[in-house]
Design a protein around this ligand. Structure first.
Ligand code: GDP
Ligand code: MG
Length: 374
């Protein structure tokens, strides 16, 4: 085991250096802030297994450790359910830390035995940002698929893990629906307006469909202006609607359009007065559905909170943006598994209309495991 410490001004910077230095299988052992002030300094401890030390001697050890771990997880989940009913924030934090450490026992190993190939698979999955409990589940599926006498090299197990991830993505894609009227919803700055312009161009130029664009974002003075510029370039009509009745009017004007794309203001679904109006407009629009736009540059915690906030909007699928600003995409897998919905497009840059990728289960799997895709 090779353990190294890195100092950086952000976790992202540290991760980039760790990945470059120790490779994709490196795992973060701990991170702490070592100086406050305008430029915070973090110390991140990372490790990579170099085959010289570690705990699990092979797949069988890993198997028994995994099933013990699964039992532990179920017990801990039960405890968590009980605690979440009480004033137990501190205990919950302790629990999360304990759970995290437990997963690391599987992933990182200690006490001087060698690292099995399945543990390497687990390490690589978590290094890509896949949540530890999900990584354990993937590793468990990989193990249970092995037939007697079959090779158990790391390469074989890794290919199988990719297959498991792709199958999980296929499950999410089963929920795909086609809508004539698509609302883009999500937090401010997620990339809704930019992505909408890219989608409008795709429908109009590549699919030769007639497109109408409506914006409900009249809260910021510059918002309709931004969209107007794109609409003019792509040559699609834009209607601005401030409430439910002007929205219905706009739909009337676009009655003959193949596709209608609706831009919305970034709203915190919890307390914003607009959220009620948006829900009402969405539920009363025949043939309408929403896509939730999420920037992968946000922390997993932030993304989780956003998903909770938007629970009241029954969105059909997700659109991930800004993947060009990140290096690891495990969060995409975690979220798609959590919500069980597909992501048909992914935005990889600011340029309209080019920076938009069609996403299918195989492509998302490749992205999530850190491989190039075409
Ligand atoms: N790097 C990068 N920037 C993006 C991407 N999509 C949008 N942006 C930028 O993110 C900012 C906010 O985008 P905007 O569409 O206005 O977000 P909205 O508030 O959700 O409508 C703008 O500066 C966009 O150029 C992307 O895929 N990659
Ligand atoms: Mg916008």
């Amino acid at each position: 085991m090779q353990v190294k410490s890195y100092r950086a001004t952000s976790i992202r910077e540290a991760m980039a250096r760790i990945k470059e230095d120790l490779g994709p299988e490196a795992v973060v052992l701990s991170s702490k802030r070592i100086s406050e002030g305008p430029i915070p300094l973090m110390e991140v401890l990372a490790a990579r297994d170099d085959g010289r030390t570690a705990v699990m001697s092979g797949s069988d050890d890993m198997a028994s450790a995994l099933s013990a771990l699964k039992r532990e997880i179920e017990e801990l989940k039960e405890l968590k359910r009980e605690w979440s009913h009480q004033e137990g924030a501190a205990e919950l934090t302790a629990l999360k830390e304990g759970l995290s450490a437990l997963f690391d026992v599987i992933g990182i190993r200690h006490q001087g035995k060698s690292c099995g190939p399945l543990a390497r698979v687990y390490n690589r999955l978590t290094a890509e940002g896949i949540a530890k409990d999900q990584a354990v589940r993937i590793a468990e599926s990989v193990r249970s698929q092995a037939s007697p006498g079959e090779g158990r090299s790391y390469e074989i197990l890794w290919e199988r893990a990719k297959g498991v991830i792709e199958d999980h993505m296929k499950d999410s894609w089963k929920k795909s629906v086609q809508r004539r009227i698509k609302f883009l919803v999500g937090p401010t700055g997620a990339g809704k307006t930019t992505t909408l312009a890219k989608l409008a161009a795709r429908h109009r130029l590549e699919r030769k469909q007639s497109v109408g664009v409506v914006t409900l974002d009249t809260y910021r003075i510059a918002a309709p202006e931004q969209l107007k510029i794109y609409a003019d370039i792509i040559d699609v009509p834009l209607a601005v609607a401030a409430d439910a009745s002007s929205f219905r009017e706009a739909l009337g004007v676009f009655a003959d359009r193949d596709v209608i794309l609706v831009d919305t203001p970034g709203t915190s679904m919890k307390d914003d007065r607009f959220s009620g109006t948006l829900k009402e407009i969405l539920s009363s629009t025949d043939g309408g559905g929403a896509d939730l736009v999420l920037s992968v540059t946000e922390s997993q915690e932030h993304l989780r909170r956003t998903i909770e906030r938007f629970e009241g909007i029954r969105y059909d699928s997700l659109i991930f943006t800004k993947i060009d600003e990140e290096e690891r995409y495990g969060a995409i897998y975690n979220i798609l598994r959590h919500v069980g919905k597909p992501a048909h497009v992914i935005a990889n840059g600011q340029a309209v209309p080019t920076d938009l990728i069609e996403a299918d289960p195989a492509r998302v799997m490749a992205l999530v495991v850190g491989e190039r895709f075409h």
